[in-house]
Structure formats: C-alpha cells, structure tokens
Write a protein that binds this ligand. Sequence first.
Ligand SMILES: C[S@@+](CC[C@H](N)C(=O)[O-])C[C@H]1O[C@@H](n2cnc3c(N)ncnc32)[C@H](O)[C@@H]1O
Length: 269
Amino acid sequence: MSSTSVRVHKAAFDGIAQQYDELFSSTAIGIAQRKVVWSKAQQEFRRGDHILELNCGTGEDARFLASMGASVLATDASPQMIAFARSKCRDLSRSISFKVLQIEQLDQLDSSASFDGVFSNFSGLNCVDDLHAVAESLASLCRPGLPVLLCLCSRTCLWEMAWYSVRMDFRRAFRRLSAFGSVATIGDSTVRVFYPSSAEIRRAFAPWFNLCSSQAVGLAVPPSYLNSIVTGIPRLRRLAEKFDRTFSRLPILRELGDHVLFHFVRNTI
Ligand SMILES: C[S@@+](CC[C@H](N)C(=O)[O-])C[C@H]1O[C@@H](n2cnc3c(N)ncnc32)[C@H](O)[C@@H]1O
C-alpha cells in the first residue's frame, strides 16, 4: 500500500480519537448496536482465549473481551486511538496489549503468535480496499476451526436510503452503492470508505474461511447520525432493538442494516 494512504488513515482517525466515544460509543445507538456484537462475541469466544483485535479504536471492545476473561492484542492504524485506548484500559494492562498496526500490515505480526480468534468491529475493514489480501494474512495467523468475527458497514442500509431520499439527497442516500466507495469526512480529514456486498466479502475470505452466519447490526435501530431521534423516544429504541433481535438474521433483511456482522471459521485447507 502507498505511504499516502497510510498517512490518510492515521490523520483522519487521530483527529477524532478524543471525541469518538462521545460521538458514537456512548450514544444510545452506539450502545444498542455494540450490544448485538458483544452478544455474538460471548457465544464465540471463551475465557482464556487470546484474541487479535483489528481497528480497536478507543478500546471499548477490548475492555469487554477482557471482562469475559480473554486476553487481547488490540491494534489500530491510528496512534492517537491507541494512545487513548491504552489510557482508558490502564486498569486492564495485564489482559490487553496495544499496538499501532494497519490492517494491511498484518504480515508484520509474528506468525507463531497463537491467537484463538480474531475480532474487528464497526467498519475498520471498510477502509481497506483489498479484503482478499487481509484474509490471506489472517489465515496465516489462525489455526483451523478458529472464529473470526467481523462487523462492517453494509452495502445497502435501508434507513440511510429512506432518510436521505425523502430529503432528496440522493447522493448520500445511495453513496454505498458506488463501486469505488465514497469519501467520508472524519473530523477535519477525509478517507475513502468501501462498501463491499456480503457476497464479495464471502468470496474474499472463501479460500481460507467458511462463513458460518451473518446478521444485520442496526436494521430497525438506525445509523448513529440519527441518534437524536432515538434518544428522544426511548420506547422506540427498545422496540427497534426487539425487532432487530427477532429479524436481523433473516435472508435479505440481514443485508439491509447499517452494519453486517460476519462469523467466519478458519477452514482446514
Ligand atoms: C469507526 S472506528 C471503530 C473503532 C472500534 N472498533 C469500535 O468498535 O468502536 C474505525 C477504526 O478503524 C481504524 N482504521 C481505519 N482504517 C484502518 C486500517 N487500514 N488499519 C487499521 N485500522 C484502521 C480507525 O483508526 C478507527 O479507530
């Protein structure tokens, strides 16, 4: 990858590291969407597991995994995100270690490092244009049978298409459908974000990983930029969460949320 894109990722996410929890993790929508991913993590990871986390951000998930009794190597491209996460997780320094690392540089990790699972939450992988190469690198770090949980922005988000269409903002409504991704503004910087379909993601991982399941995260629960609506009407949020618990795994519907959570398992090839 070019040094330009390395700089872009760092600059973009460095700029929002301090506000990220306020903008997303601590919001009603951030909490509701993360709860769904944590529920799946509890099913797939065990006490004592050593987990490789990609794009860990401010360390919210690393804290949760450590609270389950796992140890975590939490990585992120942004030095500021890692610095913030490290200070937030000071009390868990025996369970969590942090490393500044781009997803595209996973081959820098020691391939004899023994991980029991891989975890990537909320869209870090949408900032990577070659998921096939990521899958190949991960394959060399995973033994057969190990779980890999990846949560990416979906390609088709019903809420987003409806919300912006009624405002006649069709560029935003359908931005995820562009084959070249779209340029997102993060703080004062911009970053190119890709929105591969579930089929494309499955194909990128297929040589080394079998897809066990996928589900929508944020189907009736809307994207985080609609937080003010949900915060004002808690009953609506609870109803939306209930809808998602019931319907988010159904074919078609599982493609239409804000995010899709994939559960892959390393195959034996
Ligand atoms: C939306 S945040 C999600 C953070 C965290 N996983 C969470 O659940 O809150 C996306 C994160 O991906 C990181 N990121 C973006 N591109 C990356 C890349 N190519 N390699 C590693 N991390 C990346 C950013 O620095 C940022 O911390």
